[in-house]
Design a protein around this ligand. Structure first.
Ligand code: GLU
Length: 468
């Protein structure tokens, strides 16, 4: 099989943060290209000079980077390509698929008013210059308009939405180059996609209407039309259009809330795409499974519970060094204090016994509190109840036995069992004061795991503190 290599792109407008819907669009494009040995390109659609900001561009790049969505080459600025867009508009003039229109805004408004007066509710402007003889052109500024077909239909063959038919008499002779010489968005997108060699346009279905007009530009230039895939938007859990009232909509917020990137990728992949009953998968698996045929036609609903359980699975699967690295990224993103070198060490050692119990990094750090805290351990009220005179006595005795213990699980187990037996209590009765002493709370990893992670000296010191 040697088809044209796949080239996809993500084309955000840098007017705000990276929205979760945009991130999902980027992810689908990335998966589709990378899973086929193709290219994934990034184009910043910064032609709206008033609303585009470098901060927004930086936030978008940061969000993509956090999600692990790497792009080929440098991000392309649409604004910087404006001369090329103008050049194509002039090529269309030369080909006769566009024309110079000298109509003034007043004339266009008058046309509309006349149509309205005649009872035409939606009037497509019909320029008198469409078929005018160039000999009659005034020496005045002009816009370049497409010579749109007036009869027949335009068919958008969309991989997700099926074939969408638009009547050509509803398409106006849209402007591609304004009279001030600036290109319009509709032209810029097509020229860029063409020049970038984009084979598949995967984007939100809010752009489906644009596709018919953009297809006109491809036709006018005799360029190959890309494969269209317009994906339904993401809705909130209540089925309404996603908004801030449903929760975080910015990708950066998910990072700051401590969701692991791998879990986020998995969850977003499943949001509006399915492959059999695959729910939990690695990125490698997603790359081999992902295809446009699996994209659903109705809007996907954000489900925070599912996001959490997906993230929990990924934390449990995570490789310790990578998790530690990501936790440090989370702490920075959340503006929480960084780990000290000692805490870093201890957390690394504790990961094996806490990572399968947490869904987010703050939860994981909370479970790892026994490793991150320092003496004197702050003991909560519930756990403190286990520290009565009797149990304090037992802890004191235990500290003596632990001084000479070899620090392995087996050795610790036999010491604890012996001490419990000697006092005629079950292991549970011994574990409660131990949990209080070591972690200051009653829900903790196993006492052996805690003792092994924090080590002999620290264990003994904490037991002594609690026994005192
Ligand atoms: N810049 C557009 C947006 O942010 C995307 C255009 C496109 O993908 O063609 O919605």
């Amino acid at each position: 099989m040697s088809a044209t290599p796949v080239v996809t792109r993500f084309a955000p407008s840098p007017t705000g943060y990276l929205h979760i819907g945009g991130a999902r669009t980027a992810l689908f494009n990335w998966l589709f290209a990378r899973g086929r040995g193709g290219k994934f390109l990034l184009r910043i659609e910064d032609t709206d000079r008033e609303r585009s900001t470098p901060e927004a561009t930086a936030a978008i790049l940061q969000g993509l980077t956090w999600l692990g969505l790497d792009w080929d080459g440098d991000a392309i600025s649409q604004f910087e390509r404006r001369d090329r867009h103008a050049e194509v508009a002039h090529q269309m003039l030369a080909r006769g698929t566009a024309y110079k229109c000298f109509s003034t805004p007043e004339e266009i408004a008058a046309f509309r008013a006349a149509q309205e007066a005649a009872g035409v509710s939606y009037a497509v402007f019909q320029s008198p210059w469409r078929d005018a003889d160039p000999a009659t052109y005034p020496d005045a500024p002009y816009a370049i308009r497409m010579k749109a077909p007036r009869t027949g239909e335009t068919k958008i063959v969309d991989t997700v939405q099926g074939t969408v038919t638009v009547r050509n008499d509803q398409l106006d002779d849209m402007i591609v180059l304004r009279s001030d010489g600036t290109p319009t968005y509709m032209l810029a997108v097509v020229v860029d996609d063409h020049d970038m060699g984009v084979t598949h346009v995967i984007r939100g279905d809010d752009h489906l209407n644009n596709a018919a007009r953009q297809q006109m530009v491809y036709d006018a230039m005799g360029w190959a039309i890309p494969v269209w895939a317009h994906i339904p938007l993401i809705h909130g859990p209540d089925g309404k259009k996603l908004s801030k009232r449903h929760g975080a909509t910015a990708v950066g917020d998910y990072q700051a809330q401590g969701y692991p990137a791998a879990g986020m990728r998995n969850y977003l992949t499943r949001l509006g795409w399915a492959h059999g009953d695959a729910e939990l998968f690695t990125t490698e698996q997603a790359l081999s499974m992902f295809g446009l045929e699996g994209i659903g036609r109705s809007p996907a609903r954000l489900d925070f519970k599912k996001l959490e359980s997906t993230c929990g699975w990924h934390l449990a699967q995570g490789e310790d060094a990578a998790l530690l690295h990501e936790i440090e990224g989370y702490l920075a993103a959340a503006e929480r204090p960084a780990l000290t070198p000692n805490q870093r060490d201890l957390l690394f050692r504790a990961l094996y016994c806490v990572k399968d119990r947490a869904k987010t990094f703050p939860e994981l750090l909370d479970k790892a509190r026994f490793a991150l805290t320092s003496r004197p351990v702050d003991i909560d009220e519930a756990a403190g109840k286990a520290l009565d005179a009797v149990s304090r006595g037992i802890l004191k005795e235990l500290t003596l036995r632990l001084q000479s213990a070899s620090w392995t699980k087996d050795a610790l187990e036999s010491i604890l069992t012996e001490v419990a037996t000697a006092h005629g209590i079950g292991f549970g009765k011994l574990a409660a004061p131990l949990r209080a002493a070591l972690a200051g709370r009653s829900a903790t990893p196993s006492v052996y795991d805690m003792m092994l992670v924090i080590g002999q000296d620290e264990t003994i010191a904490r037991l002594q503190d609690a026994a005192a």
